[in-house]
Design a protein around this ligand. Structure first.
Ligand SMILES: [Zn+2]
Length: 261
């Protein structure tokens, strides 16, 4: 009886080793996207209470689905930003507005800014323009424009038209104007040179406000779009295209996957 028992134990050990190797390989497959795909990291975890980030984050993530070149991961803890190895990614998507000046804090901001300065991509979604108020001047350099709480926040939530104002830029080439039910932000402030790609006319004061723009920061590219107040706004096809193409551009991809679905 002793021998078969040993045999069974040996078989069990072999099975466990194989299982372990299999898990390691599947783990590697998860961590490392295949071929030319780009690793995108959505950073979220805190926002204005009216911004339901737990609901909007999966929608934001799903926007990248139609483009198979994206491999998207999500971090929902802002306290991790200072120690994240951002160099492992091609672009970071800011989907947060922090209220605690210490979280992500100076080290968190510096980690992000260094990543972009060295050539990483950065995307800002909606109220991400209000993040890092504690380092506002530095943040404005990175974001191009930042929320100024002294300015009027936005038009009353409702439908408006997003006008594509730059039809030559690779992000917006071939895109049409589109209607969206969202907040038309009127609160951006800053003098950093930016290239506006899309704007909207306020129903309140008749002025044109930037809805999407790009800038360079060091060697990196930044796409900043203030659309996306809620699930409905982020589900808008036009907004989705902008975020997908804008993110691709920051990650040094041709903005449109062929064929775009
Ligand atoms: Zn909002």
């Amino acid at each position: 009886m002793r021998k078969p028992f040993m045999k069974r134990r040996a078989m069990l050990a072999l099975a466990l080793v194989l299982l372990g190797v299999g898990m390691m390989l599947s783990g590697l497959a998860q961590a490392q996207p295949a071929g030319n795909s780009k690793r995108i990291l959505i950073v979220t975890g805190e926002d204005y209470p009216g911004h339901k980030w737990r609901q909007t984050t999966p929608v934001l993530k799903s926007l990248y689905g139609p483009d198979p070149r994206f491999h998207v991961e999500v971090v929902q803890d802002l306290s991790k930003l200072p120690s994240l190895n951002l160099q492992a990614y091609d672009a970071v998507v800011m989907h947060f507005k922090n209220y605690d000046p210490n979280v992500p804090g100076r080290k968190g901001f510096d980690n992000l800014a260094r990543f972009v300065k060295q050539g990483g991509g950065l995307v800002l979604v909606h109220f991400a323009c209000g993040a890092f108020q504690e380092f506002k001047d530095d943040f404005t350099q990175l974001a191009g424009r930042a929320w100024n709480p002294k300015l009027r926040g936005h038009d009353p939530h409702g439908e408006f038209t997003v006008n594509i104002t730059d039809r030559k830029h690779p992000i917006t080439a071939g895109l049409e104007d589109f209607a969206i039910t969202d907040e038309l932000y009127t609160c951006l402030d800053g003098k950093v040179p930016i290239k506006v790609l899309a704007g909207a006319i306020s129903k309140v004061d008749g002025k044109v406000y930037p809805m999407a723009f790009v800038l360079n920061y060091g060697k990196g590219r930044v796409f900043h779009c203030v659309l996306g107040h809620d699930v409905k706004a982020l589900s808008n096809a036009g907004a989705g295209r902008l975020f997908r193409r804008g993110t691709a551009w920051t990650a040094r991809l041709t903005p449109v996957a062929r064929p775009e679905k």
